[in-house]
Design a protein around this ligand. Sequence first.
Ligand SMILES: [Zn+2]
Length: 178
Amino acid sequence: MSNIFSGGSRDLDLSNGATAVFVDVLMLAVSDLASEGWDFRFAALLSLQDQDVMGRGAVGFDLAEFDWGATERERARAKDFVLRAAALAASGHRWSELGYHPPRVQDHLHRFAAMVESFTPPADSGAARGFPSPDEAATASCARHRVLSALPLWDGCFLCDRPHQGVSGGAMGVSRPR
Ligand SMILES: [Zn+2]
């Protein structure tokens, strides 16, 4: 089974294991870059890509189904945010905190970035299905790992949930979009 991340005429078909790594490294980057409301909604979308919650091979998203924004400026800014997150993730940002070496994820991130780069966010968000609303934004930040998560679905961030990380349910604080 695999998961498909698509946009325009391109797609990225990842195995379950590769999907988990891809989402983890993107979340680490997004957690440090997020500053505006849309960013925290994208973080919530990432947190929904947890196969332990949603089911193996049951995740993935289509860029055409994002709510990119009402204005040209908002859409350009949202697209730029995703590209900056992908670039930061591909640079190896915080990979040392994963507890494992992420194989091939750099290639997946580069292909994802190329997909986003070539995608034109639609002006009409009528196709936006399943993209987290402002109310569903992942504005909770795990105090232990400084990683975003969406309350109230999860008690901690994805690092807290790792069995070998020991702690279940880190102390949560709330960081608001600046
Ligand atoms: Zn945590």
